[in-house]
Design a binder for this molecule. Structure first.
Ligand code: SAM
Length: 211
């Protein structure tokens, strides 16, 4: 995705981040897709954790660990990240990257379809303070329901890719992901269990507080 001039300008103001650059490089070396969260939203994930004094985060969609590192950097206390990833080889790359970043004792990867892992987390009675939904778009509505069930009081849920790189707003596009994300966005804005906002930069990001 080509970022806007404003997004490029802002990203260019920040010093390079060697740990995140290393993860981007590893993703490339492993032939994985370059679809990590955007720099500005990565910084926001860290800030949201810090501002809310989050101790436990749940990530849906690990890829190579870029957003995982951003989440971990903002956590306090126990500093626990559980990350759900469909592809074992991706999870192993992410895990190795986060071990190298010094977080080996704070991470747990659960391999397989996120819906199955979410059901397990509910039956285990797990609770999280911060969520990042960034896996397959067709399941976003179901993922949100699970995250609400797993949320501690006042937890924050962050959701990426509301615009699907322009497809959400293109009436000619009617594929399953596009239809699912349109429905998800509309439902999120009206959900009275949540206080929400949506940021229209990059590929669109929602931030919700569980009331
Ligand atoms: N959050 C990552 C980051 O910013 O560094 C990027 C995640 S990437 C956009 C989406 C990830 O979701 C991919 O690694 C993909 O394998 C994973 N994924 C897709 N479908 C999934 C599913 N049903 N359950 C769990 N993970 C899934």
């Amino acid at each position: 995705m080509t970022n806007s001039l404003e997004e490029q300008y802002v990203d260019g103001l920040y010093a390079p981040d060697p740990e995140l650059e290393r993860i981007v490089q590893r993703i490339k070396e492993h032939g994985m897709p370059a679809i990590s969260v955007e720099d500005g939203y990565g910084r926001l994930l860290t800030m949201l954790g810090r501002m809310s004094r989050a101790e436990r985060a749940l990530e849906l969609g690990a890829l190579g660990g870029y957003s995982g590192l951003c989440l971990l950097r903002g956590l306090t206390g126990e500093k626990k990240l559980i990350s759900l990833e469909l592809k074992e080889d991706y999870a192993r790359v992410a895990e190795q990257n986060l071990i190298e970043a010094g977080y080996g004792d704070h991470i747990e990867y659960r391999i397989g379809a996120a819906l199955d892992s979410l059901a397990d987390l509910v039956s285990e009675g797990q609770r999280f303070d911060l969520f990042f939904i960034d896996a397959d778009k067709e399941n976003y509505t179901r993922y949100l329901e699970y995250c609400i069930q797993l949320a501690s009081s006042g937890a924050i849920i962050v959701v990426d890719n509301l615009f699907l790189r322009g497809r959400t707003l293109d009436k000619a596009k009617q594929g399953p992901s596009v239809q699912a994300i349109r429905k998800f966005n509309a439902m999120l804005a009206q959900d009275e269990r949540l206080e929400t906002t949506m940021l229209p930069a990059y590929d669109g990001l929602a931030i919700a507080i569980v009331r």
